[in-house]
Design a protein. Sequence first.
Length: 255
Amino acid sequence: MTSKSDGCVLHYTSTEKLKLSIGVDAFDAKIIDHVYENGRGAILFESPITLIGDAVFEDCDNLTNVVIPDSVTEIGCYTFNGCRSLLSIKLSDNIKEIGNSTFSFCSNLASIIIPDSVTEIGSGAFQYCTSLASIKLPINITSIRCAIFQNCSQLESVIIGNKVDRIESGAFFSCSSLKEVIIPKSVTSVGPYTFDGCRGLTSIYCRPSTPPCSDFNMSEDSFSKYKIYVPAASLTAYKMTRPWNSYPDNIIVED
């Protein structure tokens, strides 16, 4: 469709030509053309882009696929919010930052590969992605932001990297299909409402040797049904530390 270099073209598929919400900071290069034919579109820029700004594709209900050029290092807030027909997206291999609520309410997005170049994923980035079944978080992020997977009702599996030191409020709120979570050794704090509404959750593997500080209330979220697996040397510490000690009989040594 175009002969421009990869960083100058953003490809997509859609049932119609997109009507973009273009603001002053939408991209960091000038759009020189926007072509569309037979369900395939291409946005052409005068130079390689490094930024896709806030809400550029918000509520583009007909968008089904996007290929983001490898020159892009940042995606803003709400960029794909409400793209309910989005089935897949190829992220840049050089992306470093994904903004708040970037993919929220993308209800048909079943999977996404986030490259390990990413160091920051904003709050609510995937909330209400109700078809998302599994995700591997990049190895270089240090915090799981609040409500990042809120109401991802089909999410069964999440892999958390070993550099994460903080899981913020409501990170997995109402992930009703989530069966188990491994909290890596690096985590020092877990926020309130983190596992509220996780009705399918049966096992939490908590691997920090020092119990993470937390202000969630286990008794309010039926933690009595969970098994909390901890390191053998830390068993006593977990059974004596709030809120983990709310159900000491459910805290057992991981084999």
